[in-house]
Write a protein that binds this ligand. Structure first.
Ligand SMILES: Nc1ncnc2c1ncn2[C@@H]1O[C@H](COP(=O)(O)OP(=O)(O)O)[C@@H](O)[C@H]1O
Ligand SMILES: O=P(O)(O)O[C@H]1O[C@H](CO)[C@@H](O[C@H]2O[C@H](CO)[C@@H](O)[C@H](O)[C@H]2O)[C@H](O)[C@H]1O
Length: 486
């Protein structure tokens, strides 16, 4: 059943906006990078208003869009998801925002109103920044307005003159930078409960970690007594270059002359891969110190293997091509079942090169939210640090494949040599990263655990790609086909 928008309370002089058509949101979701339900049959079953940003113009209203999937919660995926869509309303069309147009409605009191995705709108984004600044003025560092609660940590004065611009990269959420001062990440898929991205950044900021951007604050609302965390404000790392982009540049330089081996290439990435390994080790050590950690008995290894098999079965329901590989994948998981004690702690949960930033003073790691497709309760649990290591290894595998696709050369006359170079590049960087992380070689137990996490991650990626970038699913499928192969 589709519910109509409940309507907005009218405030002095502003347009009341009612009758938001759920179908308009459905159409908009399909156009966005961050909607994770592509390829599934669904309905927008509710659109609710959770608050209005203080100050105006424009009028900015935060909506939660409820998406209900026809396949229920089959395939390990949620049956219902909530997406955050803040809209900026204008009484007349704003040509500068044409690219962010969501829809228009005839309002019974005010005629036509035009709605735009607020994150593209500088005027709208300034309202968030001012509200965060107001929170810093209050003795407890919080400011509440119309159901929205802004929290600030002490230690940084926001630059209110800084202009916003929306990031355009490969993202599951939406990030807006305020000049060179701050970055606000607006969580798109939201779940009631504490988001680990905020809680981990808060702890690491307070611990003085040099490998994360400092947390400045966050925005939440409370529904049925539980926080729903909507956005996070943090230090903008001004000298940062995305680790993923650096890796792609290195691969491009390798592919420029296929006669040159990866270790001789001018764009060699191995030194950076080693420094990344060291940075991850330090982050894991800090997380181990400040969050609960435990050594679980051998039965935990069996449970882990079962969980991986469960994820594989769920994934195979979404990606039928996995079926032919399940025997070999199960082999990797069964080996884990025979391991001894298992050390778990707070980890990153979804680490890949796109979560690393090279600054002038070293590598930083971002985005501690965990895998976007996992339920929040699962993402909050301690896990094995090898999960993060595996994520990075998968990323070193992705980079050469993505460059081949972007250059359209994967099926060209040099395909064989290209594949050789791709493997050289990936192996070289994986080895450097791993050796620096572990401080030497791995024990047989560590290798077994790592292999299983690599397989688990590749399986996860087949679902992620199917749902988000269907034309990329061949990348993880190619990796899955090699796991355990003779
Ligand atoms: N503090 C920061 N300063 C500068 N750039 C950042 C910062 N945090 C993240 N980024 C950039 O924004 C991109 C997206 O951030 P991320 O937290 O990974 O978002 P998502 O959860 O949507 O994937 C990252 O790949 C990185 O390039
Ligand atoms: O960054 P997020 O937390 O949203 O992570 C999700 O999106 C990632 C892509 O943006 C995805 O990562 C996969 O693609 C990367 C290249 O774009 C590659 O480097 C990673 O190895 C690969 O897993 C991630 O899996 C997903 O959870």
């Amino acid at each position: 059943m589709v519910h109509a928008h409940p309507g907005r309370r009218s405030r002095g002089g502003t347009a009341a906006v009612s009758h938001l058509d759920p179908q308009v949101f459905a159409t908009y979701l399909e156009r966005t990078r961050w909607f994770g339900g592509k390829g599934r049959a669904y309905d927008v079953t509710d659109v609710s208003t959770i608050g209005t940003l203080p100050g105006e113009p424009p009028l900015v209203v935060v909506h939660l869009v409820e998406v209900t999937y026809a396949d229920g919660s089959d395939g390990g995926e949620a049956g219902v998801e909530l997406y955050q869509v803040p809209l900026a309303f204008y009484e007349h069309p704003e040509q500068r925002l044409d690219h962010a147009f969501v829809g228009w409605w005839e309002d019974p009191d005010h005629g036509w109103v035009h709605a735009y995705d607020a994150l593209h709108d500088r005027e709208a984004m300034a309202l968030w920044q001012r509200a965060f600044d107001d929170a810093a003025e209050s003795p407890d560092g919080t400011m509440s307005s119309d159901g929205l609660v802004f929290h600030r940590l002490p230690g940084h004065d926001l630059d209110l003159d800084a202009q916003s611009s929306l990031f355009s990269g490969e993202q599951s959420n939406s990030s807006v930078r305020y000049g060179e001062d701050a970055l606000m990440k607006v969580f798109r898929k939201v779940t009631p409960g504490r988001n680990p991205d905020i809680s981990v950044h808060e702890v690491l900021t307070e611990a003085g970690s040099t490998h994360v951007a400092h947390l400045y604050g966050w925005l939440e609302t409370v529904q049925d007594g539980e926080p729903v965390q909507l956005a996070m404000l943090q230090q903008f790392l001004r000298t940062a270059t995305d680790g993923w982009e650096l890796a792609l540049a290195s691969v491009r330089s390798l592919y420029a002359d296929l006669d040159v081996h990866a270790h001789d290439s001018g764009g060699d990435f191995a030194g950076e891969a080693s420094r990344l390994g060291e940075a991850l080790r330090e982050v894991h050590e800090t997380l181990h110190e400040h969050f609960p950690a435990e050594r679980r008995p051998a039965s935990a290894a069996r449970e882990l293997a079962d969980a991986m098999v469960g994820r594989l079965e769920a994934a195979a329901a979404v990606v039928p091509e996995l079926a032919e590989h399940t025997g070999r994948l199960r082999g990797a998981y069964d080996a884990v079942a025979g391991l001894g004690d298992l050390d778990v702690q707070q980890v990153h949960g979804d680490l890949h090169l796109g979560q690393t930033l090279r600054t002038s003073i070293g590598w930083k790691i971002v985005d501690f939210e965990g895998e976007p497709a996992k339920p929040l309760a699962e993402r909050q649990l301690p896990d094995s640090p090898w999960r993060d290591v595996a994520g990075m290894l998968r990323s070193f595998d992705y980079a050469p494949r993505v460059v081949q696709r972007s250059l359209g050369i994967e099926d060209g006359p040099d395909a064989e040599l290209l594949e050789q170079r791709a493997q050289e590049w990936a192996e070289r960087n994986k080895n450097h990263f791993l050796t620096a992380y572990a401080g030497g070689g791995l024990s047989a137990e560590q290798q077994t655990l790592l292999d299983a996490y690599v397989a688990d991650k590749a399986v996860y990626e087949t679902v992620y790609e199917t749902r988000n970038r269907p034309s990329w699913v061949g990348i993880p499928l190619q990796a899955v086909a090699k796991i355990g192969a003779p």
